[in-house]
Design a protein around this ligand. Structure first.
Ligand SMILES: [Zn+2]
Ligand SMILES: [Zn+2]
Length: 194
């Protein structure tokens, strides 16, 4: 195999012999050695991937990080799940261990709730709201499905929206205009040959 030919890591690659010609093909390189055709797929690192587990390199938004390759929204979700688990650790059970049954149980409960259509931000809100009554992961389900919690969340969202509208004041407009001008300046610096 010449140096310009690499093997695509995608198991179901449709290209002849799964070969990538580095000179002529569009490809993605992960780390030092993992090559993929740009029209092939790659596994998403999130165990509860929202897109069936595979990243479509040509069409999906993805991130290449030290801990793997992720759909952008899968990474966001996974981080929020960890934030929820951290909170659980800080406020409900300081003894929860990363590899314990309780940890996987909690993750499972969170993922079931997400699957049922609950937003993670809301799950986190409901958890904080009921933290002092919670002792075991299944309790989180009740905290999330609680009608008062849903109502409070709705009110909170409406209040936040109203605040956002209020914040767009004339002063802010002036400021953002100035920062735009600054950017323009550096842009012309580049062309001026600086
Ligand atoms: Zn391929
Ligand atoms: Zn994913």
């Amino acid at each position: 195999m010449s140096n310009d030919i690499k093997k695509c890591r995608y198991l179901y690659c449709q290209h002849p012999n799964r070969e990538i010609n580095l000179k002529t093909d569009d490809y993605v390189l992960i780390g030092q050695r993992k090559y993929y055709h740009k029209d092939c797929k790659m596994k998403c690192s999130y165990s509860c991937c929202k897109h069936g587990g595979m990243i479509d390199l040509a069409h999906d938004e993805y991130l290449i990080l030290d801990d793997g390759c992720w759909h952008k929204d899968c990474k966001e979700e996974s981080e929020l799940v960890l934030k929820i688990v951290d909170y659980w650790n800080d406020h409900i059970d300081p003894d929860i261990e990363k590899d314990s049954a309780e940890f996987s149980h909690l993750r499972k409960v969170i993922q079931d709730l997400v699957f049922d259509g609950y937003d993670l931000e809301y799950i986190f809100f409901a958890l904080k709201r009921s933290a002092k009554f919670l002792h075991h992961p299944p309790g989180l389900k009740y905290a999330v499905k609680n009608d008062d919690a849903k109502l409070e969340w709705k009110k909170k969202k409406i209040a936040e929206e109203a605040k956002k509208m209020e914040m767009v004041k004339p002063e802010d407009k002036v400021e953002s205009f100035q920062s735009k001008r600054k950017k323009k300046g550096s842009f012309s610096d580049i062309f001026g040959g600086g």
